[in-house]
Design a protein around this ligand. Structure first.
Ligand code: PAF
Length: 283
């Protein structure tokens, strides 16, 4: 694996590849890598001659400065895991490389209702920051395929919208890979590293509550199941941001079941300081 910190050096290397007609597969990350990220690298390696992974903890997408400060940094272990997965390139830039003109946004991305529901409502500005960094990373890496995890369900939709807004829909294919879970069902996430032992045991309640809804949605109302989930999560010690059922194609929130559309349940909740999200397709 080759590690690049400078855009100019990465460009030189990628330009040589593109002359051979090899557009890279790209896995953008904020580091603290786990098996979920590695599954994206593996998928990219299957489908592309060259795989680029980026590690950049993007300051513009943290609406809570404490969350940014406490975001785990494990670069040595990350490099080890990427080497082991046979990733071709790691791009690990400084903030100055990504944002040479500073952190002030140059444009507003019109994300429509994606910006005001769910994560959009509870993390104001978050998706503008995600778009800002992903727009810049795509400009640098110029991939043919982009690999994202289903765990960040809404982020996948936001990035699809971004790619449309920047006119790269025909150039970049988004590949969404399934959420990887720990043996007890907890969705893998870099933030899990911040959980204490007792918290780690309690947070499996999210997965359990999602499974219960998936098993019983045909016999109970949405209101009943949302209330049941709320009780389960609160009993486990969570403070809930949202529990919603939505149309899986556009994230319109649902109050009534509609078997004619694909439905997804989405949850965001705090276990003390640590905010976790998860989702499950119901039908
Ligand atoms: O999902 C993430 O890790 C980040 O939001 C991303 C896509 C790498 C942008 O910083």
């Amino acid at each position: 694996m080759i590690l690049f910190k400078k855009v100019t050096n990465l460009h030189k290397w990628l330009d040589a590849q593109q002359q051979k007609d090899h557009l890279p597969g790209f896995v953008p990350t904020m580091g603290a890598l786990h098996a979920g990220h590695i599954s994206l690298i593996e998928m990219s390696k299957k489908e592309n001659t060259v795989t680029v992974c980026s590690i950049f903890v993007n300051p513009t997408q943290f609406n809570d400065p404490k969350d940014f400060e406490k975001y785990p940094h494990t670069i040595e272990k990350d490099i080890y895991l990427l080497e082991h997965a046979d990733c071709d390139i790691l791009f690990h830039p400084s903030a100055h490389e990504i944002y040479p003109a500073g952190l002030i946004p140059k444009r507003h991305y019109d994300l429509g209702s994606l910006e005001t529901v769910l994560e959009g409502e509870f993390r104001p500005g978050h998706f503008q920051g995600v778009c800002m960094v992903v727009d810049r990373l795509l400009e640098i890496v110029k991939p043919g395929r982009l690999y994202l995890g289903q765990k960040d369900y809404q982020q996948c939709m936001v990035i699809a919208k971004l790619i449309e807004l920047i006119g790269k829909k025909d150039l970049i294919k988004i590949v969404i890979c399934p959420t990887l879970r720990e043996p007890d069902g907890l969705a893998m996430s870099s933030r899990n590293l911040r959980l204490r032992k007792d918290e780690r045991l309690a947070v499996v309640a999210i997965y359990k509550s999602l499974c219960l809804v998936k098993e019983t949605w045909q016999i109970k109302s949405i209101a009943q199941l949302k209330q049941q989930t709320r009780s389960m999560l609160e009993e486990a010690g969570f403070k809930i941001d949202y529990i919603e059922i939505a149309n899986a194609a556009n994230l319109t929130l649902l109050n009534e079941w509609d078997e004619n559309q694909k439905m997804v349940m989405l949850v965001a909740a705090f276990m003390n300081e640590v905010r976790l999200i998860d989702n499950m397709l119901l039908n």
